[in-house]
Design a protein around this ligand. Structure first.
Ligand SMILES: [Fe+2]
Ligand SMILES: [Fe+2]
Length: 192
């Protein structure tokens, strides 16, 4: 196994933290989706499943770069605390907001200072995808607070997930290519 170069150590440490965050977000959203289905918020469940898939893509992308830099991607998956669907969505939004405002900007600044393109690429893709999750979770929370069961959070629906960067969209014909990574739209995964 290649050793981690001294100048890559901090970036690998950051990627491992991001890998752990994404892996645990995947576990959380999967559990939250089951609860949303049980509560009858099937559209919110679809969103949670789409976001869970995106976090899995982020984790896999980070793992590849960790390996390239000589590290080993492994982490602990913590038990998920499942509450009401509203509380779960709020917890999900808080997690996304932390990644958007704090975690990824800090990690990206470090990787940029060290000029490690593969790390910059995987972190930028994740950061931009998390913004789509935060927006959709925010919308879902507002609809749930309003009791709008006849809106998109009520019935199971399709979401579109970029298989390369995890960008998540609720509309089919929004783009010809992923606005983040330029992956062709026809390669997007449909998650319901
Ligand atoms: Fe996310
Ligand atoms: Fe993408």
């Amino acid at each position: 196994m290649p050793a981690i170069a001294a100048e890559h150590e901090l970036t690998v440490q950051n990627l491992l933290a991001a890998f752990e965050g994404e892996s645990n977000a995947n576990a959380k959203y999967t559990a939250f989706a089951a609860k949303a289905d049980a509560d009858g918020w099937h559209g919110a469940a679809s969103l949670l499943r789409a976001a869970a898939r995106a976090e899995q893509i982020h984790a896999a992308n980070h793992a590849k770069v960790i390996a390239q830099l000589g590290g080993v991607a492994k982490c602990e998956i913590h038990p998920v605390e499942v509450k009401s669907t509203l509380d779960n969505l709020k917890a999900a939004l808080d997690g996304e907001q932390y990644e958007i405002d704090t975690m990824y900007p800090g990690f990206l600044a470090e990787a940029t200072a060290r000029n490690i393109p593969a790390a910059i690429r995987t972190m930028t893709g994740a950061l931009e995808a998390e913004k789509t999750h935060a927006r959709l979770y925010g919308e879902a929370i507002a609809l749930l607070v309003g009791g709008k069961k006849d809106s998109w959070i009520g019935a199971a629906r399709d979401f579109y997930v970029c298989p390369v960067c995890g960008y998540t969209s609720e509309t089919e014909e929004e783009h010809e290519r992923c606005p983040v990574c330029k992956c062709p739209w026809e390669k997007f995964e449909i998650v319901r």
